[in-house]
Design a protein around this ligand. Sequence first.
Ligand code: MG
Length: 386
Amino acid sequence: MRKRHIAILGSTGSIGRQAMDVVRQHPDLFEVELITGNNNSGLLISQALEFNVNNVVICNEDKYDEVAAALQPHYIKVFAGMQSVCDLVCSDNIDMVLTAMVGFSGLRSTIAAIQAGKTVALANKETLVAAGELVMGLAEKHHAAIIPVDSEHSAIFQCLHCSPDAEIEKIHLTASGGPFRTWTREQIASATKEQALNHPKWHMGNKITIDSATMMNKGLEIIEARWLFGVGPERINVVIHPESIIHSMVEFADGAVIAQLGHPDMREPIQYALGYPSRLTLNNRKLDFAALGSISFQAPDQERFPALGLAMEALRKGGNMPCIMNAANEVAVAAFLQGKTSFYGITGIVERCMDGADFVENPDMDTIFATNDSTAARAREMAGII
Ligand code: MG
């Protein structure tokens, strides 16, 4: 494999830090050209020094002086703000862009990378939820490959390699079920932030961990799968698999089901995307089937986890409805983390935003941005966040 020059957008987050670990293991194969972060200036500075990157963007402009003072003596260029991310991501010396920012805020820079024809290792699922049809259309137009990093979608992507031309009969998206899998509706109703953040299988950032507890994460992933793999909602099936060993499966017309397995460790799909189509070594835990003994499956329960039904409804409705759902959810999760709403208040806010929304059947990108802003404002009002 020829050495790849990569940009890591959101390098200080959970995915970004694990991507840095992958790079650390293969310094001969990856060169980090650009890293970006929102607020964690200390980590951003230490990453820039360790990997001797060329360019650094701190999105929070208030922290620019601190980062610049630390890095400029080392001849590392420092920029501030989201527009700088969009500009720098297009640099000729970047081959591949890992989009690991949180939420809708990642959309502009992802679009910039696609328009510059970069290969995108996509870890920011909200961009495909909010604007999947438009983003995939842009990727086709600009010949930008999109390689999924989300573990389920990486699994599906890998499963498809054994029959690249066959039609997909069904995608089986596996879900751990999150921390409340065995809880009653009454118990879930009074769940605290600490309980919701205590995920049994995956260690991730706060936003996605709450999404996993509500199962909105799986809802977002249904929509992500729809756009990445071009399958209708009727061909996407969610199955609870508490051990999180099978990362997802593809069923073909002959009934054969191909699965991808491994311990839950995000470095695996991150490395697969960064090295694709090569398979590189990774110092992770390997599967021991005899020690594992058995794995199990259950149907999801939409009574206790209404987010799944809301996501299916948004996908079937189409237009800007998934964007409305995503915007409301981002605000509602923040409200829950701030103690401003209860656990079921999260999906309550999402449902009310979807019910009262200005539906647009064929939104353009401006409509998507406007929908996100107006929905977020409505959701903030509902949650009492000024
Ligand atoms: Mg996932």
